[in-house]
Design a protein around this ligand. Structure first.
Ligand code: ZN
Length: 150
């Protein structure tokens, strides 16, 4: 059975995809309950910092502390989001997949963050399709160069 918090993160990614955005979603949870969800807003808001994880944390607003929270994300966290996870002392991250983007697991683990990878096939397919169909947008989001076919 799918974890309902993970499902909320996945649905946020699907919402972003429907909006023409990058399909990465996230959810912040406490005691198995969703505090907030978010998705990548690079396209929708023109905001390069609004990765899924950042959007979920922003939507959650002020939290007195994060030490009893879990951050769920459909894709392995990048360096920026990893830095935020470390800064906020979020102890655990549940990741949909890390096959299409490796993220910063070594850095997270080196700072004591528990990383759980679900290897969710829906997330893998969602990102593979997106990376194939929108190579330039994906490259923009992870700050990579890409050869665009003429
Ligand atoms: Zn990120």
């Amino acid at each position: 059975m799918t974890d309902p918090v993970f499902e909320a993160a996945y649905q946020a990614a699907q919402k972003s995809l429907r909006e023409g955005g990058i399909p990465i979603g996230a959810a912040l949870a406490r005691a198995g309950q969703v505090i907030a969800t978010g998705h990548n807003e690079r396209v929708q808001q023109g905001d390069p910092i609004a990765h899924g994880e950042m959007s979920a944390l922003r939507a959650a607003g002020r939290q007195v502390n994060y030490r009893d929270t879990v951050l769920y994300t459909t894709l392995a966290p990048c360096a920026m989001c990893t830095g935020t996870i470390i800064q906020f002392k979020i102890p655990k991250v549940v990741v949909g997949e890390a096959k299409t983007f490796p993220g910063e697991f070594d850095l997270l683990r080196s700072r004591g963050v528990e990383v759980v990878v679900l290897d969710d096939q829906r997330c893998i397919d969602m990102m593979r399709d997106f990376q194939r169909d929108h190579a330039e947008l994906w490259a923009e989001d992870i700050a990579e160069e890409v050869d665009i076919p003429e």
